[in-house]
Design a protein around this ligand. Sequence first.
Ligand code: RB5
Length: 155
Amino acid sequence: MRRSPGYGATLSEQIYVGADHAGFRLKQKLVDELARLGYEPVDVGPKALDPADDFPDYGRPVAAAVSEGKVRRGILTCGTGLGMAFVANRFPHVRAAVAWSPEIAELARRHNDANVLVLPARFVSEEEGMEILHKWLDTTFEGGRHERRVAKIDS
Ligand code: RB5
């Protein structure tokens, strides 16, 4: 079985993905890109653009799946990324990072072991979103001194 570069995960890994109306378009691209890369995206919705939808309704199922250990990673997107991060980081063991550049995504993985990527759809282009996604998927946690710090989040 082929393995994803750097992360050690099998390419059939399930990754939960959710958005609100502001992130809907980007979410569709993320789901397509994950499938193209050989992952198994689980799209919790929305299935259609609804300008009146609320981010917590889609952030919670993604965060819950990661928190309960059902999957290792999740991806969320809303306008600023902030609302989704607020929701996701209330769940035990979830470390949701808003990443607006590949460098932030890389550090979120290397130093923070971020298991939920949050994209601010109104502040990144689709192309930037894909670059951020790739960096986050393929960067490993450095461990070492960061292990101790990450452990203290839940202590
Ligand atoms: C929706 O208009 C917007 O508030 C939402 O997508 C998000 O940015 C909230 O944090």
